[in-house]
Write a protein that binds this ligand. Structure first.
Ligand SMILES: Nc1ncnc2c1ncn2[C@@H]1O[C@H](COP(=O)(O)OP(=O)(O)OP(=O)(O)O)[C@@H](O)[C@H]1O
Length: 362
């Protein structure tokens, strides 16, 4: 229980269904002097209030050391390498569905864990598949592709077949104080504080030049790690004659020269990829395919993106090539590519290399 509305209603629904329910609140981040930004204490109080209302016990556990070693260090390494990681996906893999699941089953004697994620599961040929959440707007399967079918088999998703407004209505009707609590946004350990200040505390920033695609210096950046491909906001560009009003977008991070390369207009050709190479593949319940073999499915290269049809080919033991039917804008190394067959989440991997027309020309 996170102290949010989705896990509160999940606990309520399971109790209604006759399960013996207990709450588990985890703490993953030790606050520092900046703790005005950390809502953990308030979240714990809310989880406690909901458990009291439901008449269930609340346990707490601290996974801050595991989180630091397995999620936060990966997050910093990726930024250092010029990539844009997704720590929530790593947190699900290493913490929620590993340390947390093990603790619940082994130490608390649970048969299942349940979370307030908007996904569903379905038994198929004796295995559990992960299905998109019914509420298209909230579907969280993108963040859960690292789960195995055994982990899915041990997890209940009580709100996955509901729309978010229904979940809030249930919470209000049942007098749960979390009913109107705002959805969490952004990276949990950064919270509402400024991303740039936060990252700057852990990684040295190296200021440099911004160039246009013709190699002309047109601005300055405070560090490549503060920028991501496709980004528009926060670029300091100036003094360019006849540039017009169209906004500028990051199209490349030249790590060797510490130069940020930008292109003008949201249709700039260098923003588009026709495919990508992914590694660190995980399959929820699909058999591994042989090297050289292909299959068709749809993918998302970012949360809240429409699926795009593609051909997936296993290139070697570790790498897969994904070629889109239609070019995609702002695909970003370090983010995840997630595979679907209709509503079934097949699995996913980490985007390593982009396949773009202009790369071949250069
Ligand atoms: N600190 C925590 N302790 C225990 N469980 C957590 C914690 N944070 C998240 N979870 C579990 O993971 C689920 C998804 O977490 P996420 O951060 O995406 O929150 P959310 O979708 O806003 O859900 P909620 O409304 O329950 O906070 C939660 O519903 C909860 O079951």
């Amino acid at each position: 229980m996170s102290g949010g509305v989705d896990s509160s209603v999940s606990a309520y629904l399971l109790k209604q269904q006759g399960y013996q329910v207990e709450g588990l609140f985890m703490k993953n981040w030790e606050e520092d002097d900046d703790d005005e930004y950390c809502a953990a204490a308030e979240d714990l109080q809310d989880a406690q209030a909901v458990c009291e209302k439901l008449g269930i016990e609340l346990h707490t556990i601290n996974f801050a050391a595991e989180y630091w070693d397995n999620v936060f260090e990966y997050f910093l390494e990726e930024y250092k390498a010029g990539r844009t990681p997704n720590p929530d996906i790593m947190c699900n893999k290493e913490i929620k569905f590993k340390a947390f699941l093990e603790f619940a089953c082994e130490d608390l004697g649970a048969d299942y864990i349940a979370t307030g994620h908007y996904v569903q599961r379905r038994e198929h040929d004796g295995k559990f598949q992960m299905i998109r959440g019914l509420d298209n707007n909230k579907d969280q399967s993108y963040f859960l592709y690292t789960l195995s079918h055994q982990q899915v088999a041990h997890t209940l998703f009580p709100v996955g077949h509901l729309e978010k407004p229904e979940v809030r209505e249930i919470a209000e009707r049942e007098g749960l104080i979390t009913h109107d609590k705002k959805d969490s946004t952004g990276i949990c350990f950064i919270g509402e504080r400024k991303f740039k200040d936060f990252l700057g505390r852990y990684l040295p920033a190296q200021p440099g030049v911004i160039e246009n695609c013709e190699g002309q210096a047109i601005g300055e950046h405070d560090g490549l790690m503060y920028h991501t491909l496709g980004q528009r906001k926060g670029l300091r560009i100036g003094g360019l004659k006849d540039a017009g009003d169209e906004p500028w977008y990051v199209v490349e991070k030249d790590m060797k020269r510490n130069v940020l390369i930008v292109g003008q207009g949201h249709n700039h050709p260098r923003l588009f990829s026709k495919g990508l190479i992914a590694n660190q593949l995980h399959w929820v319940d699909r058999e591994q395919i042989e090297v050289g073999k292909s299959f068709r499915c749809t993918v998302k290269t970012r949360y809240r993106q429409h699926d795009v049809a593609c051909l997936v080919t296993r290139v070697n033991n570790d790498e897969y090539e994904i070629m889109f039917d239609e070019q995609q804008s702002s695909v970003t190394p370090g983010q995840s590519v997630v595979f679907y067959q209709d509503d079934v989440c097949l699995g996913g991997g980490i985007i390593d290399i982009l396949i773009r027309d202009f790369d071949a020309v250069e």
